[in-house]
Design a protein around this ligand. Structure first.
Ligand code: FES
Length: 140
């Protein structure tokens, strides 16, 4: 277990993590689990990075070609269970889970239609968190 001190001072936390002051609107996760990697998750992540950085939307350090005031955080994540239908991509705060994201065109569509336009792409969306209650659970 780490021995780092627990910092209570919020101002100090903000200085230590400038991301906290960025006007972030969305967080995009690209699964890099084994199965999604076999479907090309590294290329999908690279396509998101290129699309977002070109538009100056990706939050991060300027030295890395990102924007400290960027509106979108892009990160990897581990397997979330869509392994057989990857690549899995999740967008929050909407909680939209996309599957079979495999081409640069898919990525461009998610960036333009969802991340910028605010609309879900039905062709790729498989569910949403929280998962809607089914009729069965309502029968109880
Ligand atoms: S490996 Fe990506 S969802 Fe399982």
């Amino acid at each position: 277990v780490g021995k780092a001190e627990f910092i209570e001072d919020k101002e100090r936390l903000r200085r230590l993590a400038p991301l906290l002051d960025a006007p972030v609107k969305r967080h995009v996760f690209v699964c890099n689990g084994k199965s999604c990697a076999a479907f090309g998750s590294a290329e999908v992540k690279a396509a998101f990075a290129a699309e977002l950085e070109q538009r100056n939307l990706r939050q991060g350090k300027e030295s890395k070609g990102r924007n400290p005031r960027g509106e979108i955080v892009l990160t990897d994540c581990g397997s979330i269970g869509l392994c057989t239908i990857g690549v899995a991509v999740m967008v929050y705060p909407e909680g939209t889970w996309y599957a079979q994201v495999r081409t640069a065109e898919d990525v461009k569509e998610i960036v333009e239609t969802h991340l910028i336009g605010g609309e879900t792409i039905e062709r790729l969306a498989v569910t949403q968190i929280p998962i809607p209650e089914t009729a069965e659970t309502e029968l109880e």
